[in-house]
Design a protein around this ligand. Structure first.
Ligand code: DAT
Ligand code: MG
Length: 138
């Protein structure tokens, strides 16, 4: 069993897509072991995306991620990290496979509907950034 961290980003929450995203998660057999709706502060967005701080899109990314509420989730299942990234599709919605969340709902490479951890280490860090261990279902 593996855990990953997922976000329904502001563009998705704003357009009422949280339910559809959850439906896809549940239909895939992944289980939601924690979930919360919140509005990121600028400081939290900058900390969360610290790995990208030297990239030209960093400031715009943080602006966008603080533009409205998000839904943060911890997903669990066999190979959860890879499976959730597969459901999301490529970062750029134009390059994402048909039937993926980003292809179906992403607006552009920035407003791409969802986030997913890319490795076990980042999953553990990102989960701990948003959730206390007592908030995760056993
Ligand atoms: P992913 O979210 O697929 O893991 P990433 O870690 O490379 O992609 O980038 C994090 C986020 O930064 C991504 O979801 C959207 C934004 N981003 C990435 N590349 C971008 C670009 N060229 N222009 C604008 N935003 C970008
Ligand atoms: Mg990433």
């Amino acid at each position: 069993m593996e855990r990953t961290f997922a976000i329904a980003k502001p563009d998705a929450v704003r357009r009422g897509l949280t339910g559809d995203i959850l439906k896809r998660v549940e239909a895939s057999g992944l289980s939601v072991v924690a979930m919360r709706k919140l509005h990121l502060s600028r400081a939290d967005a900058e900390k969360f995306y610290d790995v990208h701080k030297a990239r030209p899109f960093f400031s715009g990314l943080c602006e966008y991620m603080t533009s409205g509420p998000v839904v943060v989730m911890v997903l669990q299942g066999e190979n959860a990290i890879t499976r959730w990234r597969g459901l999301m599709g490529a970062t750029d919605p134009k390059k994402a496979d048909p039937g993926t969340i980003r292809r179906d709902y992403g607006i552009d490479v920035e407003q791409n509907a969802t986030h997913g951890s890319d490795a076990p280490e980042t999953a553990a860090q990102e989960i701990a950034f948003f959730f206390a261990s007592r908030e995760l279902l056993g």
